[in-house]
Design a protein around this ligand. Structure first.
Ligand SMILES: [Zn+2]
Ligand SMILES: [Zn+2]
Ligand SMILES: [Zn+2]
Length: 142
């Protein structure tokens, strides 16, 4: 963490459920109804997206004006700055277009490589079988 923290920054930091760096950090405050992404009305800078505020606090520099923060973890509620990647809007669109046909590690979602899991609340989500196998191998190798 760098720089001085404003009162608003401190308020933001106390509303995060922290975890290890490789896990998602969940926002405990409210969010705008628009897209479910965590929002906070920051009096100092007028910033609203918690992900941007957290990114600035931890990395000491704001996300460039007009840029997006992409969630590497694909969890829009997550505000872990190590899961966020600043991208220009066209680059961001491109990532999401690619993510429809490939997982974030570049495995193609072929029928053989696509698994399905039912989340809490009954929502069905697709997962990459190759990544799943790699995760299990890593766990077994520990
Ligand atoms: Zn995350
Ligand atoms: Zn994104
Ligand atoms: Zn994969």
């Amino acid at each position: 963490m760098t720089g001085r923290l404003t009162t608003g920054d401190t308020r933001v930091l106390t509303r995060i459920e922290y975890d290890r760096r490789d896990r998602c950090w969940l926002w405990q405050g409210g969010h705008g109804a628009r897209d479910g992404r965590p929002r906070y009305e920051h009096s100092g800078t007028g910033e609203q997206l918690v992900s941007r505020i957290v990114y600035r606090i931890f990395f000491g520099a704001p996300v460039p004006e007009g840029w997006h923060l992409h969630h590497e973890c694909e969890n829009p509620r997550c505000v872990n700055p190590w899961h966020l990647r600043p991208l220009t809007p066209p680059a961001h669109n491109q990532v999401h277009r690619r993510l429809r046909s490939e997982c974030k590690n570049g495995h193609a979602y072929t029928p053989e490589n696509t698994g399905w899991v039912t989340r809490q609340g009954g929502k069905t989500e697709r997962y990459c079988k190759a990544c799943h196998r790699e995760r299990q191998a890593r766990r077994a190798g520990r």
